[in-house]
Design a protein around this ligand. Structure first.
Ligand code: SF4
Length: 352
């Protein structure tokens, strides 16, 4: 009989499980702490459990993070992990150590593939395979933490493969485990959920009071232009997105981050700057500007460094805060989906 993998089980689920095994619910919290907090995955070493409970757990259950298919490291220390899911799908995570603010950030995936079809993104081209389970979302974090220790990452961004707000329930469960003081123990404000703009889910997330940070992948502030690169703009036009974002900032008291990927000759004019500054008026926010990392087979080009500087300089007086983000791990194609598209290809196979 194959053992059931407990990774991804929430606190209430573990409490229920322990009750089913004839134990008191508080044993579920103890198990939760052993697995996620203490990093003890060997049930036989859980010293505050009876011998019989340890034996039952060992017989029926396991706790296993994801299977690593490949890992590549950039000359700038950025690491990209390619994980193979049950059923064969591949997902990626990127660990970016020591950024300009001294943070270690891990960028994780929420779906295998993506349905949003952003025109600059290789993941979008292949469509959605499926949502990740809670265990698969957490498995990325737990694998990397087991490899590099508890300080492996200080910040988590849901900015890898997939649209996190389209896997809402599993996203929320994962965040609950991450932020529990005896779970992964990371503060909610250290977590950023990055969306292309699923408007009703932005309201829902704001109303849940989780206090995670929100980033919006914008990349065009003119509706007709955004429609050309991000089909989501048809369902949720820019004015609705701006309103939802404003609501999020009011509810959480956090400013939102707008990610703006610059494409040569497409969204890099003075007209774009004026539209952007108009759109964000009265929204507490900062704007992160990235130069596009070209993806073979996709029809977009990277702007020159001078163009990026010009855009940022012109935008600066018209926006609350503007940051130009440097690409990390370019030699290993490490940029995450919503930032710059990805070449989902490592060692000769594609992430799908
Ligand atoms: S950029 Fe993000 S949301 Fe858009 S298709 Fe790619 S993975 Fe999906």
């Amino acid at each position: 009989m194959s053992k059931e993998n407990l990774i991804g089980r929430t606190l209430p689920e573990l409490e229920n499980l322990l009750v089913q095994l004839g134990e008191k619910p508080y044993r579920g919290r103890q198990l939760f702490k052993w697995l996620y907090g203490t990093r003890q995955y060997d049930f036989s070493l859980m010293t505050d459990f009876s011998k019989q409970l340890r034996e039952t757990l060992t017989e029926k259950y396991t706790f296993e993070p994801l299977t690593l298919r490949e890992k590549v490291k950039s000359t700038d220390e950025t690491e990209k992990f390619l994980f193979q899911l049950e059923g064969g799908h591949l997902i990626e995570s990127v660990l970016i150590p020591n950024d300009e603010k001294g943070r270690n950030t891990v960028c994780i995936s929420s779906q295998a593939g993506c349905a949003m079809d952003c025109k600059f993104c290789a993941t979008g081209k292949n469509g959605l395979a499926r949502n990740l389970t809670v265990g698969e979302i957490l498995g990325q974090l737990i694998y990397i933490r087991d490899l590099h220790g508890s300080q492996a990452y200080t910040n988590i961004v849901f900015m890898g493969m997939g649209e996190p707000l389209n896997n809402f329930d599993n996203l929320i469960k994962a965040i609950e485990i991450i932020t529990d003081s005896v779970g992964l123990g990371l503060a909610a404000k250290k977590i950023t959920v990055s969306t292309v703009g699923i408007v009703p889910r932005i309201y829902k997330l704001a109303d849940m009071g989780l206090k995670v940070r929100l980033a919006v992948s914008l990349s065009a502030a003119i509706q007709e232009k955004r429609l050309k690169i991000m089909p989501v703009a048809e369902t949720f036009p820019l004015d609705q997105l701006a309103e939802a974002t404003r609501y999020y900032t009011q509810k959480t008291k956090f400013r939102v981050t707008f990610e703006y990927v610059l494409f040569e000759g497409f969204n890099d004019t003075m007209e774009d700057i004026k539209a952007l500054s108009e759109l964000i008026k009265s929204i507490p926010c900062k704007i992160n500007i990235f130069a596009y990392n070209p993806v073979p087979g996709l029809d977009f080009a990277r702007p020159s460094d001078e163009k990026v500087d010009w855009f940022a300089r012109e935008l600066y007086p018209r926006a609350p805060a503007v940051t130009v983000r440097k690409s990390r791990g370019r030699d290993i194609d490490a940029a995450c989906g919503q930032l710059a598209g990805r070449i989902n290809k490592i060692g000769g196979f594609h992430v799908a």
